[in-house]
Design a protein around this ligand. Structure first.
Ligand code: PGA
Length: 252
């Protein structure tokens, strides 16, 4: 059994006072969860310091939603892995479909960000997933395979547990339409096979989590699947009650 992961991606939401309240409610809601589980929140950059202060000494860890691949220098507007660690992050989300789709982030950019982050000691959640058009034209596996291979091939990995792959079908994000557990499991099993080809036995330690309209009423059956090791939560993670319920179900 792998350690489960539940991560709340707050996206471009939460002013600092809102982030404070949400964090306080999550901290008190999950404080007694003792299961073998990583609980993560990913606030916007502007709330990292306030959230980081509130979760230190709790069972919650903090992730950033993006990162740049250089350590320092003339890169206006960017944030380096070292800066994220300095702000209290242990994790970073890389290659979310909103960044790929809206900001034109390519597989090669995603790969550079992964390498730089791991090199500096951050753990990474790498997002992959197909669009509706790609699914309808039968290209799901082809797309996901090329995203995973591009992200992870020939990566020097001293500890495979530092990499998590998040399968997030783009058509399921923020739409209320989640992949069925069987649909998700089919892709997760393929990702497991791909990481197995890349890392051999070590790939057993790589977790594959699902994202896309996860809620308290569908989390249980998703986590029942053999190759689903947790969830990346968007909308439901902005509500402390829902997020805490999801964490508790996952921690059971
Ligand atoms: P959603 O977002 O849960 O609102 O669908 C998931 C994500 O984008 O990580």
């Amino acid at each position: 059994m792998k350690r489960m992961m539940i991560a709340g991606n707050w996206k471009m939401n939460m002013l600092r006072h809102e982030a404070k309240e949400l964090t306080q409610n999550i901290v008190s809601g999950v404080k007694d969860v003792k299961g073998d589980i990583d609980i993560l929140v990913a606030p916007p950059f502007t709330a990292l310091d306030i959230v980081g202060g509130l979760i230190s000494d709790t069972n919650i860890k903090m992730a950033a939603q993006d990162v740049f691949w250089e350590d320092r220098g003339a890169f206006t507007g960017e944030i380096s892995p070292a800066m994220l660690i300095d702000a209290g992050c242990k994790w970073v989300i890389i290659g979310h479909s909103e960044r790929r789709g809206i900001l034109g982030e390519t597989d090669s950019i995603v790969r550079k960000k992964i390498k730089a982050s791991l090199g500096d000691g951050l753990n990474v959640i790498v997002c992959v997933g197909e669009t509706l058009k790609e699914r309808e034209s039968g290209k799901t596996i082809k797309i996901v395979r090329s995203q995973v291979e591009s992200a992870l091939t020939e990566l020097e990995l001293d500890e495979p547990g530092k990499v998590v792959v998040a399968y997030e079908p783009v058509w399921a994000i923020g739409t209320g339409k989640n992949a069925t557990p069987e649909e998700a499991e089919h892709v997760h099993a393929t990702i497991r096979e791909i990481t197995g080809n890349i890392f051999g036995q070590d790939s057993e330690r790589i977790r594959i989590i699902y994202g896309g309209s996860v809620k308290e009423d569908n989390i249980k059956e998703l986590l029942h699947m053999e190759n689903i090791d947790g969830a990346l939560i968007g909308g439901a993670g902005l509500n402390a009650d829902s997020f805490v319920k999801i964490v508790k179900i996952a921690g059971e």
